[in-house]
Design a protein around this ligand. Structure first.
Ligand code: ZN
Ligand code: ZN
Length: 333
């Protein structure tokens, strides 16, 4: 089969790889669509020690079962899946918080990913989709669930209902964009989005109805927002988020471009700021996201850019150079 292999920093190559064998408890999927994630780009830049050259990346997939070792998913069934392979037994798993599973592994990181014609995955990780759902839309389940999980967590910390909050989203990548779209569906008004790429700013304005600004030219209004989402996670964006949030407000930290920074603990303390971190999604979030995508909660998704898997190397280069208006590229094997 053909697979897009991460060969060295700043290089992915379409190579011939053996098809996966059917393993007990797993299914082999023919991949119908697979999104390029920010974390795949992070690996591409050589910044992820867990994703080493020789690995097939990709974990935002939709596929069709071609071989199955379980009764629940017969050949021909179309699915998406949870790329976090969880144990189902630890305290977090039994609490339904399986994103925190202490024994989790991951597709496209600890095992071959979905930038390929075929991929094997445990049947327990599959998430069902409506059989008529477009593959490119179903492949957005994973990043959309990341936005959903983060927003749903923040809602619990807000003093007032979301439509009464003024929201700032920092970063117009796929997570920032999907968050802005879901916020709109949840009733948020007057959302502002910060993004350095003018093509992405225009795309966010058009599709998510936000107003945008270039954070290199202006700082966000100090104490101007009840709710701030940092979908970048750099030292600069964390400082901007803490400055922009109003006393009593909520900062949700999703992106993780840089690990450490100084936080304005004086403001955090005296102004009762809630600063929250979030990681991925639970299986319940993935299921809820499939329904919301199908119902149009994330809009018509016409901003998503899809190209053949064979053009994957170019897609990585285009995402790297910022020449695309779309923050999400989906590869179609
Ligand atoms: Zn992802
Ligand atoms: Zn577990």
């Amino acid at each position: 089969m053909k697979a897009l292999v991460y060969t060295q920093p700043l290089e992915v190559q379409l190579l011939e790889r053996p098809e996966p064998e059917l393993v007990d408890g797993e299914v082999v999927l023919r991949i119908d669509a697979v999104g390029i994630c920010g974390s795949d780009m992070h690996a591409y830049h050589g910044h992820d020690p867990r994703r080493k050259p020789g690995l097939v990346l990709g974990h935002e997939f939709c596929g069709t079962v071609v071989r199955s070792s379980v009764g629940s998913h017969a050949p021909g069934v179309r699915v998406t899946g949870n790329p976090l392979i969880t144990c189902g037994e630890c305290d977090y798993c039994v609490q339904g918080r399986n994103n925190l599973c202490s024994r989790r592994t991951m597709v496209g990181m600890t095992r071959p990913g979905a930038f390929a014609q075929y991929m094997s995955i445990p049947a327990s990780s599959l998430v069902d989709i409506p059989q008529d759902m477009p593959a490119v839309h179903a492949a957005l389940t994973e990043p959309a669930a990341t936005a959903l999980h983060a927003i749903n967590m923040s809602l619990k910390a807000m003093a007032r209902p979301l439509p009464e909050n003024r929201t700032l989203v920092i970063g117009g990548g796929a997570i920032g964009m999907l968050a802005a779209l879901l916020l709109k569906d949840y009733g948020a008004r007057g959302t502002v989005l910060a993004e350095v790429n003018p093509l992405r700013r225009r795309s966010a304005e058009q599709h998510a109805g936000v107003t945008t600004y270039d954070p290199r030219e202006a700082a966000p209004e100090e104490n101007g927002f009840d709710y701030v989402i940092d979908a970048v996670g750099s030292k600069l964006t964390r400082a901007a988020a803490l400055s922009a949030v109003k006393p009593g407000g909520v900062v949700m930290h999703i992106g993780l471009q840089e690990w450490a920074s100084e936080i304005d603990m004086r403001k955090l303390t005296l102004a009762e700021i809630t600063l929250m971190g979030t990681y991925t999604y639970t299986t319940a979030d993935l299921r809820a996201t499939v329904k919301l995508l199908q119902q149009g909660a994330f809009g018509d998704l016409s901003w998503v850019h899809s190209v053949p898997l064979a053009a994957g190397a170019q897609a990585f280069a285009d995402l790297d150079s910022g020449s695309l208006a779309s923050s999400k590229v989906v590869l179609v094997p």
